[in-house]
Design a protein around this ligand. Structure first.
Ligand code: ADP
Ligand code: MG
Length: 230
């Protein structure tokens, strides 16, 4: 069966200036990610994982190369269009959750839609809270939640606009092993039961092992790829 491509990146280059030299954080990377695939990106610190994810999620722009997500060539978008793309089409999850402290769980989850001038559908929010196990926490603020609960709320925020693809940068990097396990199981469930596409950066082999495919980076390049046996 022909698989549908969700993300296609070709010849991505991103260089940062450092002192009097420069660092190729992403050095001519090409990759394809299928719809409904769970991909883990691993590699040592500084290998370019976050830079690559930021490019794919539209948080940063490459110097050269092209990125197409769900049929949209995001590398052709102007900054204002890219901001809209991020709110509607790219769900980002960060290591430190990045919840807004003055908003409760429900308000944090609804934020991407509100910023876009829409109300969140009450039924959809209820359904998400149930899926995330946060129904009892909907009126709590980040300061009243455990790390695992905060990350689940952040995943809810990434999911509310039903983006075609979720990008997560070390989402378990600040969690203990029990909470890490819970978060990675949640991602697995999103892929298996809802057909979500997930690109997840991690240096935790136990987390990567849950993915369908593991991509390893070194010095800004993809140096290895392993597909999990079905
Ligand atoms: N904003 C930046 N300014 C300068 N150098 C950066 C910046 N972001 C990343 N780098 C450099 O690019 C390389 C890749 O970084 P990064 O993508 O964060 O790696 P990883 O996520 O794998 O740890 C590193 O050498 C890092 O120091
Ligand atoms: Mg990183």
């Amino acid at each position: 069966m022909e698989r549908e491509i969700m993300v296609r990146a070709e010849g991505l280059v991103k260089t940062f200036r450092s002192g009097d030299g420069s660092i190729s954080a992403v050095d001519n990377v090409s990759l394809e990610i299928y719809r409904g695939e769970f991909v883990a990106v691993t590699g040592e610190s500084g290998s370019g994982k976050s830079t690559l994810l930021n490019l794919l999620g539209g948080l940063d722009k490459p110097e050269s190369g092209s990125i197409t997500v769900d049929g949209r060539e995001i590398t052709k978008l102007k900054d204002s269009q890219l901001a809209v793309y991020r709110r509607r089409y790219s769900g980002f999850v960060f290591q430190f959750y990045n919840l807004i402290p003055v908003l409760n769980v429900e308000e944090n989850i609804a934020l991407p839609l509100n910023l876009d001038g829409h109300e969140a559908d009450k039924k959809r929010v209820d359904e998400l809270l149930r899926l995330l196990g946060l129904t009892e926490r909907r009126y709590h603020f980040a300061s009243q939640l455990s790390g695992g609960q905060q990350q689940r709320a952040a995943i809810g925020r990434a999911l509310i606009a039903q983006p075609p693809c979720i990008f997560a940068d070390e989402p378990t990097g600040n969690l203990d092993s029990a909470n890490s396990r819970e978060i990675v199981e949640l991602f697995r469930k999103l892929v298996d039961e809802y057909g979500t596409t997930i690109v997840l950066v991690t240096h935790d082999a136990n987390v990567a092992a849950e993915a369908d495919r593991i991509i390893t980076m070194r010095d800004g390049k993809i140096v290895d790829e392993k597909v999990r046996e079905a």
